[in-house]
Design a protein around this ligand. Structure first.
Ligand SMILES: *[C@@H]1O[C@H](CO)[C@@H](O)[C@H](O)[C@H]1NC(C)=O
Ligand SMILES: *[C@@H]1O[C@H](CO)[C@@H](O)[C@H](O)[C@H]1NC(C)=O
Ligand SMILES: *[C@@H]1O[C@H](CO)[C@@H](O)[C@H](O)[C@H]1NC(C)=O
Ligand SMILES: *[C@@H]1O[C@H](CO)[C@@H](O)[C@H](O)[C@H]1NC(C)=O
Length: 276
């Protein structure tokens, strides 16, 4: 991160007298993705500056020292880094009105430049830093957090181990013995806000999947029902169980409640965000 203390104020005259409405989030900042800082008098001028810098994806305006922080990313729905910060402002470039950039709208300045409107035209000036193209965009979207995690099952038939359910392959499956209530579980290794659970049924004998309880919990002996599937399933069916809000948990458990039956699915995906 670079600290720069020069004032670009004079350049940021509004290009037209039309009113543009910028969606600001008050009392918030997005930390950890600041590319550089410039001193500007107001958050709206900071947003306008951002609209003329291609690498700028969002801004923080720190009011006490009039600092405009240029972020190279914008927070996804899983972001833990959008923090409360009293008196400061956060704005995402994706919410900018088109008119904000004025003549700089659609400019062909390069990544290392910012665009400056000039009468009816514009010119390009170097950014205060050199931008390389390989920023890591943070992965703040919900992900399958079950992949490769520790898992187990009530019993194992032949070599069809519990791990096949979280190997990322829909053409492998686990297989319990025929039991009264066969089950399979996974330890996600950490707490997550679980958004949905997806199950891909086995490519044969899919009808054996029925009366399935899907439970989520903080410990294997303290589970609550997340979803229930009556079935019977079909071969290779992709089932999606979604709750209206996130369910926090570390363990996921699938149980056939009306046996005797065999539990054998190809894949279980637990789509979740980290708990902030
Ligand atoms: C302004 O303040 C913020 C936080 O209080 C700090 O992170 C930032 O570096 C400061 N900027 C300058 C230019 O002093
Ligand atoms: C920006 O400048 C750096 C350093 O000179 C250079 O490596 C990079 O290719 C430049 N990027 C663009 C898009 O011009
Ligand atoms: C960017 O890189 C160029 C060429 O490597 C160098 O001349 C220039 O001073 C650098 N600019 C900044 C702001 O670091
Ligand atoms: C989860 O796993 C346990 C065994 O650890 C089992 O007794 C229980 O019935 C399972 N099912 C549910 C829905 O919790």
């Amino acid at each position: 991160m670079y600290h720069l203390t020069f004032l670009l104020g004079i350049v940021f005259v509004w290009a037209s007298c039309e009113l543009v409405v910028i969606k600001r989030q008050k009392d918030r900042i997005y930390t950890g993705h600041v590319l550089f800082e410039v001193l500007l008098p107001m958050w709206s001028i900071c947003a306008q500056y951002c609209s003329r810098v291609k690498v700028c994806k969002s801004i923080n305006f720190i009011s006490w020292n009039k600092t405009c922080q240029i972020n190279y990313a914008e927070p996804g729905i899983c972001s833990c880094e959008l923090l409360e910060s009293v008196g400061n402002s956060f704005v995402m470039a994706s919410t900018f009105p088109e008119k904000l950039a004025g003549q700089c709208n659609g400019n062909d300045c390069n990544l290392n430049q910012s665009c400056i409107p000039n009468e009816m035209d514009y010119y390009c000036v170097p950014l205060p830093i050199n931008v390389s193209e390989n920023f890591k965009t943070p992965n703040e979207e919900p992900q399958n957090v079950a992949l490769g995690k520790t898992c187990g099952q009530s019993s194992t038939y032949l070599n069809e181990h519990a791990e096949h359910v979280v190997d990322g392959l829909a053409n492998t499956h686990h297989h319990t013995q025929r039991e009264q209530s066969p089950y399979w579980w996974v330890d996600l290794g950490n707490f997550y806000n679980i958004m949905r659970i997806e199950v891909i049924n086995r490519h044969t004998s899919g009808y054996r999947l029925h009366d399935l309880d899907i439970a989520v919990g903080t410990r294997l002996d303290d589970m609550s029902i997340f979803a229930h599937y009556v079935g019977p399933g079909k071969n290779h069916e992709h089932l999606v169980f979604q709750c209206s809000r996130y369910t926090a948990g570390r363990y996921v458990n699938l149980t056939i409640t009306k046996g005797p039956e065999i539990l054998h699915v190809a894949e279980v995906m637990v789509i979740a965000c980290p708990v902030c």
